[in-house]
Design a protein around this ligand. Sequence first.
Ligand SMILES: Cc1cc2nc3c(=O)[nH]c(=O)nc-3n(C[C@H](O)[C@H](O)[C@H](O)COP(=O)(O)OP(=O)(O)OC[C@H]3O[C@@H](n4cnc5c(N)ncnc54)[C@H](O)[C@@H]3O)c2cc1C
Length: 152
Amino acid sequence: MTMVLRNMSHAECLAMLEGSHYGHLACCNDGQPYVVPLYFAFQARVAYSFSMPGRKIEWMRQNPKVCLQVEESPSKGSWKSVVLNGRFQELTDTDAWHEERLHAWSLLAKHFDWWEVGSLKPVDVPLATASSHLFYGIYLNDVSGRIAMQVD
Ligand SMILES: Cc1cc2nc3c(=O)[nH]c(=O)nc-3n(C[C@H](O)[C@H](O)[C@H](O)COP(=O)(O)OP(=O)(O)OC[C@H]3O[C@@H](n4cnc5c(N)ncnc54)[C@H](O)[C@@H]3O)c2cc1C
């Protein structure tokens, strides 16, 4: 068995992102990287997600250059992985972002249990801030993908 590695086409990368709902989001602030697992929905070059306020949101507000990575490993020795570099954009509850926010909502609402995950915090969130749920998009700048396969 030989392992073969090839780059994925742009279209393959987008297709994989569209079919993925779980990945790792990396952001960076003041030279310190921060990576967290999260759910998202990707459509038309944007990965939408949902969050409570916290470190990643604060850091992405400070530095909107972020990276999203997804992978699949269907069998031992074979895998594919996509890395998206993009720009964080908060979808605020304002006229300017109204349509985009509704779009994000409708995509994410197809997987209602995401809300629970995105809402969880180790300590109780005071009711006063319970409405501070955030929607945001990662707008694709560039993307790369690699596939590793075992061939006879
Ligand atoms: C399968 C899965 C799906 C998830 N989906 C979502 C989602 O859709 N939306 C969403 O907002 N969150 C999701 N999460 C949770 C996410 O990974 C973060 O834990 C969460 O968003 C809090 O991040 P924060 O930056 O706001 O942390 P804060 O509450 O601000 O806490 C920061 C501190 O907690 C630590 N910390 C935070 N998260 C983690 C972690 N995951 N592992 C270890 N240490 C951590 C940091 O290192 C730092 O010390 C998901 C997690 C998993 C495993």
